[in-house]
Design a protein around this ligand. Sequence first.
Ligand code: NAP
Length: 270
Amino acid sequence: MENIVIIGSGCAGLTAAIYAARANLKPVVLDGHEPGGQLSLTTHVENFPGFPEGIMGPELIENMRKQAQKFGAEFKAGSVTEVDVTGHPFKVIAGKDVYETKALIVASGAFARLLELKGERELIGHGVSTCATCDGYFFRGKPIAVVGGGDSAMEEANFLSRYASKVYLIHRRNEFRASKIMIDRVLANPKIEIVTPYIVGEIKAPAGLVTGIRVEHAVSHESKDIELDGVFVAIGHIPNSVAFRGKLDMDKNGYLIPRHGTLTKIPGVF
Ligand code: NAP
């Protein structure tokens, strides 16, 4: 029987682990399918307090992990496939492993949806990004593309236009899902060129660094090449909350809805 099981090993899970371990609760942290979470996928982190020279995402998360381990947090590999929070103790099932615990902290985060193009995942940190605030600075004076038609894409396009020489906003339809105010800001931005209705068919990176993309017209299927240095994929996030469907309150997108800060409707599940 564990005192606390923490689901997720990103910043939130590791922060919880540091505090729980320092309270002598010997927390068990379940790594999940992406140990270290989204931070492990990014490059330089320049906006985390305490690192004036910046720090690489994987190094920062590794430091947090060591810090939690130092105080007695125990890490277990595996992704949660099922939870039973109907009675005490709670049960957390990760493949063949079953954990019984008095309390549960859900810090399972979300992952950025990708276009699922060949080489896209490997190019994260080498011209492909899912985080404008993390990576925009590295594209100063360079042309880039933002893919998507929602509020995230609009926000990222506007934000990135501060750095980039030009921003291509590429969306598969002529209509945008984003709110009007966000669209208007983009339309009024002279650095942003709207490329619709186009689908990104290929990311070019002959030497392992993005040099351009090939886009295809959604109706005529005619394709064209765009030379650029960065592709920001902003087509939504997917929360890792499937195991809690029907068990904890969540919004229509699958994000858990906490009460009074970090409580859920089940006492002992945070
Ligand atoms: P979203 O609203 O779900 O929009 C995702 C966009 O990506 C859509 O335009 C969608 O195209 C496109 N897309 C999805 N899958 C794609 C694929 N495989 N290939 C190409 N395009 C694809 O996601 P979001 O923009 O991340 O926003 C999520 C939520 O956060 C929304 O409720 C949004 O309002 C909110 N948000 C608010 C703000 C703000 O107010 N400042 C900022 C960011 C986000 P289709 O339209 O054709 O489906």
